[in-house]
Design a protein. Structure first.
Length: 174
């Protein structure tokens, strides 16, 4: 879910001196709900699909290589299959670092952002630093027990959240 005030700020930040981070078509000025599903429970990889409220495929995330092997890359695609971002594991790395690139692949491209896991044991959080603006940093806080995730800007404002879908049933009664 993307919050309105954060979306306006993000829309203003999507264009930098070096060009667009993502196209403005993927930034919303009002709260937007997407349904995220794991695509396969039986095969290797952590692939996901995201659908809008009308049931149209909106995003796809693929993380496995040929024959289910780990390529160390995660690809975010739009509903038509066009690659928006590629996130690649940086090796060698002590703190599980990843780098993000616009479009398909990373060969010969300059990274736009880095993502690193918290070094605090037992903490499920990550930090995203945008290379074009070193002061711009995002925090991703994950709670596996509560099955949710918050993405916070450097001022600790929530810009997006992922949470378990709750049906409109009150008190568990049908």
């Amino acid at each position: 879910m993307l919050w309105p005030s954060a979306a306006k700020r993000m829309a203003a930040e999507t264009v930098t001196k070096s060009g667009a981070i993502v196209e403005k078509g993927y930034v919303y000025e009002e709260e937007t709900h997407l349904t995220v599903l794991k695509t396969s429970l039986f095969f290797a990889g952590d692939d996901f699909t995201a659908y809008d409220c009308k049931g149209a495929l909106f995003f796809r995330v693929e993380s496995y290589g040929p024959d289910g092997g780990d390529t160390g890359e995660v690809v975010l695609m739009d509903g038509s299959g066009r690659c928006i971002l590629t996130v690649r594991r940086k090796r060698p790395s002590l703190h599980q670092r990843w780098e993000g690139f616009v479009g398909k692949g990373s060969e010969g491209k300059k990274a736009l952002f880095s993502l690193r896991r918290s070094s605090i044991i037992g903490r499920s959080s990550m930090t995203v630093q945008v290379y074009t603006n070193p002061s711009e940093e995002y925090q991703i806080e994950v709670s596996f027990a509560c099955r949710n995730c918050n993405i916070l800007a450097s001022d600790k404002e929530i810009v997006a959240e992922i949470r378990r879908k709750v049906d409109g049933v009150e008190l568990g009664l049908c």
